[in-house]
Design a protein around this ligand. Sequence first.
Ligand SMILES: NC(=O)c1ccc[n+]([C@@H]2O[C@H](COP(=O)([O-])OP(=O)(O)OC[C@H]3O[C@@H](n4cnc5c(N)ncnc54)[C@H](OP(=O)(O)O)[C@@H]3O)[C@@H](O)[C@H]2O)c1
Length: 289
Amino acid sequence: MSTSDTLMAGKICLVTGANSGLGKATALGLARMGAHVVMICRNQARGQQAQQEIKQRTGNADVDLLLADLSSQQSIRQLAGDFTQRYGRLHVLVNNVGSVFLRRRLSVDGIEMTFALNHLASFLLTNLLLDTLKASAPARIINVSSVAQIVGFIDLDDLQASKKYHMMRAYAQSKLANVLFTYALAQHLAGTAVTANCLHPGLVVTNIWSRPLPGFLRPLVAMLMRSFGITAEEGARTILYLASSSEVEGITGKYFYQCKERPSVDISYDGSIQQQLWKKSAEMTGLSS
Ligand SMILES: NC(=O)c1ccc[n+]([C@@H]2O[C@H](COP(=O)([O-])OP(=O)(O)OC[C@H]3O[C@@H](n4cnc5c(N)ncnc54)[C@H](OP(=O)(O)O)[C@@H]3O)[C@@H](O)[C@H]2O)c1
């Protein structure tokens, strides 16, 4: 057994959106390093299939599956309660879940779906698990953002794109929100041994871009992704680095790409925007009361 097989032994790691793409590759990598992995998936069959595959490929039996629809705040609250009761400790939280929606859709809570799933889900789940993370410190929070944050524009008066919806704009805004949230969270956690960082994984061959498109366009997009993209396992490297490397011990409030700290878009450093987004997110998730 090599050191890397045991690097994360004794650590409880939660990964959202863990049955495919980057989430699955992250769960696999953490399981390989000996972590106790808790996969969060919305579909039992897809979740179990990925869970079995990860157990088989790593020989790690401590790979659990919890079901939750992360676009539903009630489901997130249930998940956080179940998780805390069952495990009581959390060392690494990977907020990976994310998707793209061709047309404007509302979540069960009546919130625009991209914002609800890509930002508010991570915001709410993280806040509900903060006490557990603090009690388990040192602990790490990792938010999977995207290079799309660079073109992101936060419309604080219309976060849900109710006036004009465009898939790419909604996605970019949500990925900028991931960065703004990470920086505000790192400040919020100052003085604790819980860190918060975010990252761009690269252009990764997954179904995220082909899934929302009409059937006839899917093969074309899939082909383009295969031509220019990296594999999910390659894309997960920065996530795994942030989750496990001693090089980033105590590093917090940073944006990474290819396992290196990088600058994010200027607006992401604006403390006033970070605070306004936090306040609105707290209101939209019922945390402000
Ligand atoms: N791929 C890229 O090039 C790229 C680049 C930059 C950033 N990212 C980011 O990486 C993250 C992962 O994306 P990916 O490319 O790996 O996409 P993916 O393969 O589509 O994975 C998304 C995962 O989220 C799950 N999910 C979707 N909606 C959910 C819900 N309501 N509740 C619970 N789980 C849900 C999916 O489950 P189902 O199988 O049930 O749908 C799937 O497991 C996203 O945050 C994305 O923005 C990706």
